[in-house]
Design a protein around this ligand. Sequence first.
Ligand code: BGC
Length: 829
Amino acid sequence: MSDTAPRFPRRSALLLLGTAIAAAAPSGVSRARARARDAAAPRPARRVDGLLARLTLDEKISLLHGATDPDPLGQAGYVPGVKRLGIPPLRLADGPAGVRVTRHATALPAPVLLASTFDPDLARRYGQVIGREGRALGQDVLLSPMVNLIRTPYAGRNFETFSEDPLLSAHLVAAEIEGIQGEGLVATVKHFALNNQERDRMSVDVRVDERTLHETELRGFEAAVAAGTGAVMGAYNKVDGTFACEHEALLTGILRERWGFTGFVMSDWSAAHSTRASLLAGLDLEMPDGTHFGTALATAVRDGGVPEAYVDRAVRRILTVMDRFGLLGGSPPPRPDRDARAGAAVAREVAEAGATLLRNVRGTLPLAEGTTVALIGPTAARPLVSGGGSAHVVPEHADSPLDAVRPRAARVTWALGEDAFGKPFPADAFDPAFDTEAQRVAAGRTWTYEGTLTVAEDEEWTLVLHYTGTPPHRPRVLLDGEDLFPVAPGWSEYFTGGLLTHAEDGLSVRRRTLKPGRGTHRLSVTAQGHDTGGLFRLRRITAATRAEDVAHAVRAARAARDVVLFAYEDAIEGQDRTTVALPGNQERLIEAVTAANARTTVVLNTSSATSMPWLERTGAVLQMYYPGQEGAAATAAVLYGDTDPGGRLTQTFPTGDDRHPVAGDPRRYPGVDGTELYTEGVHVGHRWYDAQDVRPLFPFGHGLSYTSFAYGDPDARWTADGLEVAFTVRNTGTRDGVDVPQVYAGPSPDLRLGQPVRVLAGYRRLALRAGEERRVGVRVEPRTLSSWDPRAHDWVLGTGLRTLWIGASSGDLRLRTTARVTGPDRSAG
Ligand code: BGC
């Protein structure tokens, strides 16, 4: 500590908390270790001390919260600098799949697709692309990566994060952060911690025991800190009764004292709930505004309610990161030009490398050149580039799969199959008639309609509203007096992206499924023209229009040799999905199309695990998630076998809604009375399937190649650096290909802690030519062989004879060996 550093009161709150997490804060040995690390750390830069001494209280406070950017570039956040002292402003942009600003940026494949590559080196290069672009596009801080574990298949942001597995997540987040920051952009690992779902994300109170926390969710964050992340974003949710952004045990006890984090902590957008409690707990920057860290903080300091030393501490942390990235001192590093070509190349490489082939029978794939191909599904014609919400990126171009397949086939047809945007109403449905396909509303005028809608069907159908503008500009549509599209409170309404929120011509879209019954119904519509005028249309999806779409797809499938059916599920930040089944009519569409043509490949543009009651009828299933701007070319390259599908599942696919880690227990998900219990404990993801002996649809780590691989001669020995596992991999097929052999470790006989049946201990992505054989070495880190001991509040190495399995997935374990693990325990700290 420097001489000017404040003396802080003892962290009494932490000691009084008495919760599992409070206990996880460093004690005894690790506290001493943290002190030793502090002493060894370089003194905060003289420059930062100098600035702190010259900043007024108001200037300091202006650095601790977001504000309106006078010169906005479309980014999510802005923190003004202090011009007179040469402190520049900070611009903070999302996000996980590319830089989200008003200008075009490279839309990289969704992070879950990156993770599917099992390739930290590619994650580093993915980070480099975003890092360079962020700098080129005027940004200083990137609000990424997201490393929350995939705990439930329903979570709306599963596409935006990596995996259900702590080890894989930790490797990837570390590499990506190195890539981002190596280009001079500050990375922000998010959302700390336990933001594992979107449902009730602003309020849900997650109850988790100390051991589970450390062995699952925290591993990725810890790896991010070890990789030097400049910033951490606090989550919306509560943890053990306290909002994450004012959780001292997390923000100070674990993050700083245990892990030695020296960067700054910002809140998620409007996730701060207090002034004093948040600042004292360790929140440094409130985003996106100064609700709690603005005037309220200034007043609290002036009134003596908050010691100014805490303000200084937060300012020091922010300035120290700025200094580390060369942003102080008047000559910031020059901003590079955007390299769109290099970005596109990495986007393509990741999409191909992460493409995960789940099934391939009867030689369905790869497709032969020059056949007749029927492409079916909306995302075949309109590419689903990225998920919705803050990870949505707008690239300058994105081809469709239709464009990409056309040059390879003798003839390509396309059928919609599943309609999300509706068909026009019959001309006589409205009385009096109006232009339901393009009703214009003049600028500054209000357009009203009072009339009737005659409905021919007695079953449920969907009314689809297309309109210009955002939710407040949405026309009000009342059917029999009921407002069909009320503007919902909260932000999720405003999130855009994905496929469903906008029609092809850019109009916003809202859907409402209803069953008014056959007959004539009162309809009233009010639309405002606002500044530039408006436009809206009303459409419908009925059982009859669905049947027509399916029939058209079936005709196209029959007439072609090969069928590629693009199924989608539109995930968006702010909401969870309610089922693992494909939405809408897609299951029936797949049943009908596969019955018409067995050479059907289903390409999944989905965000997370999907159930597949239709699986056995298909020829092949290719998981592409949201593949980014180069997704169409990458998909075609895999379909035609230009490249071997090298992706593996980073999450287990359940058979249905009733058999997965959070199924059937609302206390586990989505929570009861605002509280959620992580009672699966350390058995997250594939570990739960093993522990419960439940057979999934597809296991973690699964993914097929166009060739085949054999493993042999396993060997494992304990060394000073951990376990060295070695085995032989041989490409036994006739094509070159990519394999990702995985090593799993069984429990330690010496620990009296209930341990997972198996944990992922390591993996290796490798390309082998046809017939090639290679000896592969995988090092298993001591930490991976350790458990968190809740009595010692520390890691303990799992010594004794450990079983190691080598396999092609967590459900396809082919080799088994053992090794004796002995101390000393060098895994902690
Ligand atoms: C999201 C963050 C994002 C922020 C700024 C929030 O709603 O949860 O992940 O970085 O908005 O866009």
